[in-house]
Design a protein. Structure first.
Length: 247
């Protein structure tokens, strides 16, 4: 098997623990830890002044009290918006964290992470190189090494170029017959896909080829059980506490 020592667990907190706390915030990562997960997943964008920030959408509108594009905003402006109150008033005061802040907290909490590169259109190269540079210099050495993933193939190519020693995972919404050549071309360690279009046969094929297979976003224990039965290595979940009892 390839990479049998990959330390990723079977349950990974999605964007922290997105059903329990505002996604991609420090409070969200603390909530994930409190729920018992050992790894979280989060998304990285780049600000206009070149700072890596942890947020899912290209726009800040859905997850903050502001409006506009992350990629057109300085970190100072982005940090002036609240990223917690939209979820629940008890989370008011959370801001969009920098990657440095998240790494510090993960180090404190002892959480591993899948770092998803989520470049704004046109910022694929810069987002990948800036993120990999930070992971190289500042990832807490006492944590398991991070796994970097992306739907954006160019970003993964750049990640490989910038830091080939940091493991990569290819994200596909739906796995097509090209999965193997795509994975091999960037020497990816894992394959990640949406669970809804996955078939048992495809899961078997991927696992038989020796690749760990991770599915998003699995929020029902019964479905997670079924996927584990197909050989799926792990799932990303907004409700990791509902899946953890299975493992
Ligand atoms: O990395 C798995 C999953 O997070 C991918 O989808 O849209 O939630 O980033 P999304
Ligand atoms: Ca993600």
């Amino acid at each position: 098997m390839r990479q049998p020592q990959l330390p990723m667990p079977k349950v990974i907190g999605h964007r922290g623990a997105a059903s329990h706390a505002p996604e991609n915030t420090l409070a969200g990562f603390r909530a994930a830890k409190a729920l018992g997960v050992s790894w979280v997943e989060f998304d990285v964008h780049l600000t206009v002044d070149g700072r890596c920030v942890v947020i899912h959408d290209d726009l800040i509108d859905r997850t903050t009290d502001g409006q506009g594009e992350v990629g057109q905003m300085t970190l100072e402006e982005l940090s002036s918006y609240d990223a917690g109150a939209w979820f629940d008033p008890s989370f008011a005061g959370e801001t969009v964290p920098t990657l440095e802040e998240v790494m510090d907290l993960l180090g404190e909490l002892g959480l591993g992470a899948n770092v998803e590169l989520k470049p704004s259109p046109g910022a694929e190269d810069e987002t990948a190189t800036a993120t990999m540079a930070l992971l190289r210099t500042s990832w807490p050495t006492h944590l398991p090494p991070p796994l970097v993933s992306s739907f954006d193939y160019r970003s993964l190519e750049m990640a490989q170029q910038a830091a080939p020693e940091i493991a990569r995972g290819l994200l596909l919404e739906t796995v097509t017959d090209e999965w193997r050549s795509l994975v091999e071309a960037i020497d990816a360690t894992t394959l990640h896909c949406g669970h809804t279009a996955l078939t048992p046969a495809r899961a078997k094929e991927i696992r038989a080829a020796g690749y760990p297979l991770f599915c998003y976003t699995v929020n029902h224990a019964g479905r997670a059980q079924e996927l584990f039965g197909w050989g799926v290595s792990g799932v990303f979940s907004d409700v990791p506490d509902q899946i953890l009892p299975l493992v």
